[in-house]
Ligand binder design. Sequence first.
Ligand code: FMN
Length: 358
Amino acid sequence: MAASAANSVNLHPFMVRIGNISLPAFPLLLAPMEDVSDPPFRAVCKQAGADLMFSEFISSEGLIRDAIKSRQKLDIFDAERPVGIQIFGGDEEAMALSARIVETVNPDLLDINFGCPVKKVVSKGAGAAVLKDVDLMERLTRAVVRSTSLPVTVKTRLGWDADSINIVEVAERMQDIGVQAISIHARTRCQLYRGEADWSWIAKVKENPRMRIPVFGNGDIDSPEKAKAYRDRYGVDGIMIGRAAIGYPWIFREIRHYLETGEHLMPASIGERVHVIRQHLMRSVEWKGRTAGINEMRRHYGNYLKGLPGIREFRQRLVTKSSVEEIDAVLGEVDSTYRDHVFSRWMPEMDAMRCACD
Ligand SMILES: Cc1cc2nc3c(=O)[nH]c(=O)nc-3n(C[C@H](O)[C@H](O)[C@H](O)COP(=O)(O)O)c2cc1C
């Protein structure tokens, strides 16, 4: 199966549809990431080839309470389309009402988070908690599907723990109540980020003859080779990338190029990296304000400048500066100091990045 399915994917220019959204063959998705997949970072990933992107997860309760932080996360921009807004919650009414609120900002789709493993979320019966109660998962999803005309998608995990993996059943039941695509992080809730993501379960979902909606695989994709190998081995309709894109958005174009040509693109040069860091910083300051914009950029410098000999001192300076002008001056020094540096291929340190949700 693997070879013919993979080949057929490349034959059709617009292979993947989510409701009325058309995506290129084998789309590459930017994973929803709290405090990361915000508009400034999404803009950078869009430029670097991401085909579909998702917002950070937003609390349905927070939206209903009109919490400022939740409301700001609803911000989307036409240039980044197609883009989805992700919500989470454990109460049907709150989920229905927040779906209507999300529709007012007109994203391309609405995604439901059913994978977040952290206590403060699962203790409210939300996120991955529903994997222990698929009837509740259905009720929450139905409440959302009935409350919006947007295509509804779901992001989830394999199951609560290794003894209760139920993703094949879950995917089918989600499809049957109107979910238009599903993204699967191939770990159980109890694994958190431990061990390897087991994509063989995603293949089982795809092999289910009743499955019609697109199934996107997620978990540990950190190189073009791995993306190709997992596409060919597990027959997924596309791949969702999270941690490997933090500070290296070029992973999207590198994977796309490798899937289409079998060859590697040169890693992004220092000139391009500094240019993109400056763009990212400016957008971050515009969207979040000077202090928060500067502070929240600090998690990205490490990966953007990874692999440069002696970069530590510059990185220290970048994460301690508190004005755009000062940061820009350090970036100028980095650009001139490493003008002739040739980067080796991008190898992200996945373990370093953990999330507060999922
Ligand atoms: C910092 C961080 C924040 C995250 N926030 C979310 C989130 O808001 N919603 C969600 O569904 N998953 C979230 N995740 C999980 C990712 O979407 C993804 O499923 C996970 O990182 C595995 O993919 P990867 O191996 O490509 O990183 C987050 C992950 C990280 C590292």
